[in-house]
Design a binder for this molecule. Structure first.
Ligand code: GH3
Ligand code: MG
Ligand code: MG
Length: 491
């Protein structure tokens, strides 16, 4: 009995173990299915994130494309993990280019190197990526990074310099950035650009508001005109009804009168009836006149009100037009110096070029550049530099004729158009202006500060275009710089 019982016991244990084994297999299979589903989702997620992050930088795009290709294929997950290091570097390079001056603390570079994983990552199977991110060395190849940053800066400046409004603020930052640009210089350039972008934005907002007000006012006036027209047509309708009514009444009375005549027995009775009918017709006529008079008066009143409104509207439109024009001309003025800016020069040179083609009167172009202006900024501060720019701009503006033109081309560069002046005349004028600048007697805390400028001169000739003539003036300016500065050269 005892033996039988033992066999029974062991048989039951076998069944239990088998059941446990099958349960474990089932659990494993379910787990595996979940994991592979999760992997598919993750691959898809990585692919989409890569797509969303593209278009910020070439290097980043290359890395993102690699990761997205890996995620799309059925390749090993570890290959994706390996691709994360170059991706982190690309993100860090992006930060260097875009956030250097922003003071942002949680940058994507910080995230890339801190091994940061979103909180949900552990539960979604991403925990395996964490050690890989930690494995990114905290020190990076600085030279390589610097080159990337430089490349990004050049690309950013290149894009910005395509906007004519930003060119003056960028000055020759774009040119110099191709060689090398210190972080301070870049920061300063960006600050100027940011300021300009802010100003442009404010101008646009102001214009937008003005146009909105104009539209609102037009809308109101149109509503008034529409309601006037509606009431006018209602009025016409009521006039029509009123005269139809009058017509009907009079016709009725006349018909009754003719019946009366046919039925009349005696002349006295007939006379009385005719008198009564005529009295009734006269009453109808009086009513009709009263109604018509009121209608005409109301219409006159409305017309008069409309006339006043239309005059007001004309005045408002004129005012808005004028303020828009003022806004437009303000946009052509350099905010710092108050003289025309580069956009204004671009307009004016086109105009003078076409006139030169038509009339062939000489037009000279003078490119001015303050000598060693950077040193002035460095020694006395940026606001002292700004003051020098303002004073020189005024000096240039005062020394040209009414038909001539002077603009701040950008930074510490100015451009001048002398209309009707040939090369010899331009050289004389330029030298007079240059001597004037040299003898201006700038000082800082009672100590004299030498400020001079160089000038490149040229005159329209042959098959010149606005671009070629400016290039030549610029080359002449370089010659003046090479010739020791504080002088003028003609090309
Ligand atoms: P060069 O004689 O060769 O022209 O030397 P430079 O120092 O005048 O020329 P560079 O191009 O090296 O420097 C121009 C400087 O002008 C650098 C820039 O900071 C400064 N600058 C440009 N715009 C402004 C501005 O609006 N205000 C001030 N204060 N400085 C400006
Ligand atoms: Mg310059
Ligand atoms: Mg200069």
């Amino acid at each position: 009995m005892g033996f039988e019982g033992a066999r029974d016991q062991s048989g039951k244990r076998d069944v239990d173990l088998r059941q446990k084994y099958f349960d474990a297999i089932a659990q494993l299979e379910a787990g595996e299915a979940r994991w592979s589903q999760l992997e598919v989702t993750l691959r898809r997620l990585i692919g989409r994130l890569c797509l969303a992050a593209r278009g910020r930088a070439t290097l980043l795009d290359t890395e993102l494309r690699k990761v997205s290709d890996l995620a799309r294929g059925r390749g090993d997950m570890s290959a994706i993990e390996e691709s994360l290091e170059p991706l982190s570097r690309a993100i860090a390079a992006l930060d260097d280019a875009t956030l250097e001056n922003s003071g942002a603390t949680t940058t994507s570079r910080a995230l890339a190197y801190s091994g940061y994983v979103p909180p949900s990552a552990d539960t979604s199977g991403l925990s395996g990526l964490r050690p890989e991110l930690h494995a990114v060395p905290p020190s990076v190849d600085l030279e390589d990074d610097e080159a990337k940053v430089q490349a990004i800066i050049v690309a950013v400046l290149d894009r910005l310099s395509r906007l004519p409004e930003l060119r003056p603020a960028l000055g020759n930052l774009c040119e110099r950035s191709k060689d090398s640009l210190s972080p301070e210089e870049f920061a300063e350039g960006l600050e100027r650009v940011a300021r300009l972008v802010g100003e442009q934005r404010a101008t646009l907002m102001r214009e937008k508001r003005e146009i909105e007000t104009l539209l609102q006012q037009m809308d109101l006036r149109l509503a008034e005109i529409a309601s006037y027209l509606a009431s006018d047509s209602a009025d016409q309708k009521s006039a029509q009804t009123s005269s139809q009514q009058f017509d009907l009444l009079v016709t009725g009375e006349v018909r009754s009168l003719s019946n009366d005549v046919q039925l009349a027995g005696d002349l006295a009775g007939l006379r009385n009836r005719v008198r009564d009918r005529l009295a009734i017709i006269a009453n109808h006529l009086q009513d009709f006149r009263a109604r018509e008079g009121a209608r005409v008066n109301a219409q006159l009143d409305r017309t008069q009100r409309m006339r006043v409104r239309v005059t007001d509207l004309e005045r408002e439109i004129h005012g808005l037009h004028k303020s828009l024009q003022e806004e437009q001309s303000l946009r052509m003025i350099d905010a710092l110096t108050g003289i025309p800016n580069r956009a204004a020069y671009d307009d004016r040179i086109q105009h003078e070029f076409m006139r030169w083609q038509r009339e062939n009167t000489p037009v000279s172009v003078l490119a001015w550049d303050i000598d060693r202006f950077k040193e002035i900024n460095d020694a006395y501060g940026h606001s002292a530099g700004d003051k020098v720019l303002r004073v020189i701009a005024q000096h240039l503006a005062q020394h040209v004729r009414g038909t001539d033109f002077v603009a701040r081309y950008g930074g510490e560069e100015f451009v001048m158009l002398l209309v009707g002046t040939d090369a010899a005349g331009a050289a004389m004028t330029a030298d007079k202006i240059r001597t004037g600048i040299e003898n201006m007697g700038f000082h800082f805390h009672n100590k004299p500060v030498a400020v001079t400028a160089s000038c490149g001169i040229t005159t329209f000739r042959g098959d010149d275009t606005p671009e070629t003539i400016f290039d030549r003036a610029d080359r002449a300016l370089y010659r003046a710089k090479d010739g020791g500065r504080n002088c003028c050269r003609t090309l």
